[in-house]
Design a binder for this molecule. Sequence first.
Ligand SMILES: [Zn+2]
Length: 234
Amino acid sequence: MSYLYQLIKLQNLDHTIAEDKNKLGKILHAKQDPSELVELRNAVDTLRQKIQKLKTRLKDEELELGSVSDKLNQNQQKMYSGKVKNPKTLQDLELESESLGRRQTVLEDQMLETMTVLETDELQYDEQHAALTAQEEAWRQTHADLENQQRDVALRLNEYLSERTKQTAKIEANLLKEYEHLLKSKKGLAVCPVSYEMCQGCRVTVNNAVIRAIDHGEIVNCPNCQRILYLPHP
Ligand SMILES: [Zn+2]
C-alpha cells in the first residue's frame, strides 16, 4: 500500500481519536457535581447547623430557667417560713423574687420563641433533606452511567492509540513528521482530496501536472496551502 493511502488511513484514525478525546472531555466535565445539588447540600448543612445551635440555646435557656425557678422557690420558702424576721431581709428577698420572676417570664417567652423557630426549621430540614436524598440518588445513577461511558470511551481510545502507533510505523519518518506538522497547523486536515481540479482544503485550483504527479503515486503538496493531496476514487 502506498504511503499516501497509509496517510489517509492515519488521518481517519486521528479524526476518530480527536472525536473520542473530545467526548472524554465532555464526560469528565459532566461528572462534576451539578451546582443545584451542591447548593442544596450547602443549604441542608447550614440548616442542620442552625438547628444544632437552636437546640443548644434551648438547653441553655432550660438550664437557666431551672436555676431561676429553684432560686425563686427557695426565696419563697424563706419568706413564708416565718424564720426571717428582719424586715430589711424580707424586703430584699421580695425584691429579688420580683426580679427572678421577671427573668422567669423572659426566659419562658424566649424558650417559646426558640421552640417555634426550631419546629419550623426542623420541618423545613425534613423537606430539604428528603429532596436532597432523592437528588443524590438520581445523581449517583447519572454519575455511574457517566463512569461507564468514560470507561468505554477510554478503552476504545486506548485501542485507537495503539492502532495509531502501528499505523505510523507504516509511514516514512520525514513524511510522518510533515503530516503531523500539517495536521496541527491546518486544523486537523493534513491530507485532502482534489475534486473538480480543486484542492478541497483551500479551494484553489491545481493544474494538470499536479494531478498527473499524484496519479503517478507521488507525494504532492497543494501549491497554495501545502496540504498533501490525493485523488478520491470515483
Ligand atoms: Zn490547498
